[in-house]
Design a protein. Structure first.
Length: 172
């Protein structure tokens, strides 16, 4: 295998062609993947994350335990799939700056990938609070009685919408 730090093309696994009757590949929804697929995809993601950390110098931004944090893993998955589409996808008219947009997205994600609790080593995320037994009743009550939900439909700019519609479709 090529050194992926210098040759990102070596990241793509060689996948045998799928038969015509095979279903199209799904999006990466971690919980929907069978465990063997999850392991294989996580290995693929890890290889890319190692390349990304080296190339984009993210060693101070992404802790080594990133894969143990679901939300960080989701962000990196989104970045990886966006990177694949940007750098290996078909050229789309109007997307001449797709690579620059991807880099901007990476920079926007960086602050959210930092895990200060894990600077000295992995720390498990805090446990979620116990379920509120009255929350479901409160939710249903809100749906049934809140004016936000029960008020009749009214567009805040109804007159303007009607005027624009009339301009687009003038009477004959």
């Amino acid at each position: 295998m090529d050194d992926f730090l210098d040759n990102p093309a070596s990241l793509w696994p060689t996948v045998p062609p799928t038969p015509a009757e095979a279903p199209p590949p799904r999006r990466w929804v971690w919980s929907a993947m069978p465990p063997p697929e999850r392991r294989a995809r996580l290995r693929e993601l890890r290889t890319w994350v190692q390349w990304l950390c080296h190339t984009a110098e993210l060693h101070n931004d992404l802790p080594p335990c990133w894969y143990r944090h679901r939300w960080t893993r989701e962000m990196l998955t989104a970045l990886y799939l966006g990177w694949l589409r940007t750098y290996e996808g078909e050229r789309t008219p109007g997307r001449e700056l797709a690579e620059a947009e991807w880099i901007n997205t990476l920079h926007a994600f960086k602050p959210h990938m930092k895990l200060p609790a894990c600077v000295g080593g992995h720390q498990e995320p805090p446990l979620p609070p116990p379920p509120d037994l009255g929350a479901e009743h409160e939710w249903e009550l809100y749906l049934a009685t809140s004016a936000d939900i029960t008020a009749p439909a009214a567009h805040p700019a109804e007159a303007e919408v009607q005027r624009m519609t009339a301009e687009l479709d003038p009477p004959l």
